[in-house]
Design a protein around this ligand. Structure first.
Ligand code: GDP
Ligand code: IMO
Ligand code: MG
Length: 429
């Protein structure tokens, strides 16, 4: 019985939250393995809408949620999110949520540095969420991060704060931003410790036991392959690896346990923040996709940039992340459009290529080559079986399968949990 990893195949906001929530009914444990509260996952269940950033989406189904060591946790943001969903009627007690003891923390100085650096970049800004994600991962790799387990050792926190502040205050001062006082940070962390530590444990042990007992584990990715720090549109990326392989290292389990890799892709493209976007539309169609798809950031409220489906990019994501099946979402947003375009190549110099080059100037210069398809007049909104889809919509899906070299194994036709068509159960491999 394999496990399943759900990852974004484009630039994020593909509907991972909805798909994870839907699949969670078949899982025992849902694990976040990278990213932080830069993620915004929206789940619509009847009249209730849940917006989750750090909490694994399976909590809404009452499944055990695990935050793996590959995540960066802002303890204030976590507690605020717990309070928010508890106000919506969910229970997030330590028997429902476990956090890896070796998870690095995001501190207030990380978001301060994130924002100060973005301001200094001016027009070259990355368009980060300003949540301190990048600086927190930098500190992890630099071996000075304060981790969840350190909260039980005040002396460790004190020593690490000295090192952190030496580094960060120097940078913040250089950037003309406010610096931080050790005592303030120390007191704040010590006040947080008793509220965070009850969730902490070596989650690798729990996951190992679950795996051996045949429990189903669902790995919930954040961001997406084109935001992966190695494989994405660098430097316009996030600071973690978002590909499915990260589920293993970011949770503390072997790569063989990751299971089926389900890539989530929208039936068109969107992107928040700066960076290349070859199929971006600056016209009325782009506006229409944004309006109909409610393309506003869950976390930032920023309007998302919109464009046609980019089969070159999704095919590349399929290859680099080992995506075995695609969950295609938001097909309903295309209802009624007379004509649809799919990017099938990039013109670069005199050539047409089927990959996004790695160098930034080449990426920015790539011009999308399109194939045009007729749209459909009927509605796909809320469809729950293939038979409910207009023939032309099925053709569009089939063409996406051919071009991306991956089967569409799941289809989503509205934000609502049950408006989903299952073609092949990913837990069956
Ligand atoms: P995530 O970050 O990948 O979890 O995606 P977000 O939640 O940030 O953004 C996806 C948005 O699309 C959310 O508002 C979802 O409620 C919505 N959504 C998900 N699937 C569908 C769908 O099939 N059709 C429509 N119209 N909306 C969807
Ligand atoms: P979910 O999980 C869309 C983008 C930011 C910015 C870049 C770097 O909801 O799909 P960061 O704050 O991570 O350093 O910002 O990455 N970004 C996302 N875009 N969806 C997300 O998450 C994102 N998380 C980060 O907009 O361009
Ligand atoms: Mg999102």
């Amino acid at each position: 019985m394999p496990n399943v990893a759900v990852i974004g195949a484009q630039w994020g906001d593909e509907g991972k939250g909805k798909v994870v929530d839907w699949l969670a009914s078949r899982a025992d444990i849902v694990v976040r393995f990278q990213g932080g509260h830069n993620a915004g996952h929206t789940l619509v269940v009847g009249n209730e809408t849940y917006k989750l950033s750090l909490l694994p989406s399976g909590l809404v189904r009452g499944k055990l949620g695990v935050i793996g060591n590959g995540v960066v946790v802002d303890p204030d943001a976590l507690l605020a999110e717990i309070a928010r969903v508890e106000a919506q009627g969910l229970k997030v007690t330590p028997d429902r949520l476990r956090i890896a003891e070796n998870t690095p923390l995001i501190l207030p100085l990380h978001s301060a540095l994130d924002r100060a650096r973005e301001a200094a970049r001016g027009e070259h800004k990355i368009g980060t969420t300003g949540r301190g994600i990048g600086p927190a991962y930098e500190d992890k790799v630099a071996r000075r991060a304060i981790r969840v387990c350190d909260l039980a050792e005040p002396e460790t926190v004190s020593r690490k704060l000295d090192e952190l502040l030496l580094h960060h205050n120097t940078l913040l001062k250089g950037l003309g931003a406010e610096t931080f006082e050790k005592q303030d940070l120390f007191d704040r962390l010590m006040a947080l410790a008793p509220r965070i530590l009850p969730y902490a444990e070596p989650v690798w042990e729990r996951l190992d036991e679950a795996r051996r007992a045949g429990r189903r584990i669902l790995f919930e990715g954040a961001q997406a392959v084109m935001l992966d720090v190695d494989h994405g549109t660098y430097p316009f990326v996030t600071s973690s690896n978002t590909v499915a392989a990260t589920a293993a290292s970011g949770a503390g389990i072997g790569p063989g346990a990751v299971g089926f890799v389900l890539g989530i892709a929208k039936a068109y493209s969107t992107r928040v923040g700066s960076g290349p976007f070859p199929t971006e539309l600056h016209d009325a169609t782009g506006q229409l996709l944004g309006d109909r798809g409610h393309e506003f950031g869950t976390v930032t409220g920023r309007r998302r940039r919109c464009g046609w489906f980019d089969a070159v990019l999704v095919r590349q994501a399929v290859k680099v992340a080992g995506i075995q099946g695609i969950a295609l979402t938001k097909l309903d947003v295309l209802d009624g459009l007379p004509e649809l375009k799919i990017c099938v190549g990039y013109r670069l110099g005199g050539e047409v290529v089927r990959r996004l080059p790695a160098a930034p100037a080449a990426q920015a210069a790539a011009v999308a080559e399109y194939e045009t398809m007729e749209g459909w007049s009927g509605s796909t909104r809320g469809a729950r079986s293939w038979a409910d889809l207009p023939a032309q919509a099925v053709k569009y899906v089939r063409r996406i399968e051919e071009l991306t070299e991956a089967p569409v194994t799941l289809l989503s036709t509205s934000p609502e949990r049950d408006d989903t068509i299952l073609v092949r159960d990913p837990f069956e491999g």
